[in-house]
Design a protein around this ligand. Structure first.
Ligand code: CP
Length: 326
């Protein structure tokens, strides 16, 4: 195993290893001079064929702060805009001698396909899924776990398994959310209970097989959770319009100022961003004392430094990795 394609690839001990190393990386992140020599001489390509602010910039910073050479490629400005296929694009770039490719793509399964193309060509390039369609976003789930683990450890320093037994509500547009899929996999691997809260129209048909509870009643769920994770309503993936309407959605599923009062004091509020303020989350909630939104962003750099190091650190060949990241 040599890639990070899905949160399902990670066992609890491997997640702990990544998060523990991310804690060390976070120390570097808070220094005035942030460079570590760990990945000097390694090359990371960020291939982003779908827009991003947080993931792309944090992977770039992560690579640079570990002293890797980093280049960014997007569809616009590359020969993809002239019709070059994804396969030809990634094999062209990989043939230059790179070590890792971070892939964001609008098609679910694209990073897995890229990894298969590399394997078929005998290329030892590591692939990281930076968000593929509605499928998965494993590094987002890792940074969410890192953020919540830190929060719970600060509350209860004696507990090392800070997420085990915690009840986490994941609220909103589950159907289109790769963040929800990766978080369900990772949080349950770490022993948390997940309750999905969504209108029936924004739940995927196979949700009955997921290891979660499902509710359509946010007001009933909020008083009984240890953390709440709001999801972006992904209007760009709803070609035929969507139901409920934005107004109905906010009334039923938005984290409004009134609903903040249903949470136990100090309950952390997460959102992967970008936020639709006033739709799924009010400004009162996003900017509240319980909001961890910017902590999540900061964690993104440390966690991605950890992932890149797990994949590329401590090896100078094109062979297998430490095994910590599949
Ligand atoms: N959370 C997240 O993936 O944000 P970006 O789309 O800005 O990368």
């Amino acid at each position: 195993m040599r890639h990070l394609l899905s949160a399902a690839d990670l066992e609890a001990a491997e997640v702990a290893e990544i998060l523990d190393l991310a804690e060390q990386m976070a120390l570097v992140q808070s220094r005035p001079v942030k460079k570590l020599p760990a990945l000097r001489g390694r090359t990371v390509v960020n291939l982003f064929f779908e827009d991003s602010t947080r993931t792309r910039s944090s992977f770039e910073l992560a690579g640079k702060w570990l002293s890797a050479d980093v280049i960014n490629i997007s569809a616009k400005g590359s020969s993809a805009s002239k019709g070059e296929s994804l396969r030809d694009t990634v094999l062209t770039v990989a043939s230059m001698g790179i070590d890792a490719m971070v892939v964001r793509h609008m098609a679910s399964g694209a990073p897995l396909q890229v990894a298969r193309w590399f394997a078929a060509q005998g290329l030892g390039v590591h692939v990281v899924n930076a968000g593929d369609g509605t499928h998965e976003h494993p590094t987002q789930a890792l940074l969410d776990a890192f953020t919540l683990r830190r929060h719970f450890r600060a509350q209860d320093p004696g507990r090392s398994d800070a997420l085990a037994g915690r009840r986490v509500a994941v609220v909103g547009d589950i159907t289109h959310s790769r963040v929800a899929r990766s978080n369900v996999l990772l949080l349950t691997t770490l022993g948390a209970e997940v309750v999905l809260v969504a209108p029936p129209t924004l739940l995927p048909s196979g949700v009955g097989t997921w290891p979660v509870e499902v509710s359509h009643d946010l007001d009933a769920v909020l008083p009984d959770v240890d953390a709440v994770m709001m999801l972006r309503v992904q209007r760009e993936r709803m070609s035929g319009g969507y139901f409920p309407t934005p107004r109905e959605y906010t009334v039923g599923y938005g984290l409004t100022r009134t609903r903040l009062g249903l949470l136990r004091p100090g309950t952390p509020i997460c959102h992967p961003g970008p936020m639709n303020r006033g739709l799924e989350i009010s400004a009162d909630a996003a900017d509240s004392a319980g909001s961890l939104v910017l902590d999540q962003v900061a964690a993104g750099v440390a966690v991605r430094m950890s992932v890149l190091y797990q994949l590329l650190g401590g090896q100078d060949d094109a062979g297998d990795t430490t095994g910590a990241v599949r």
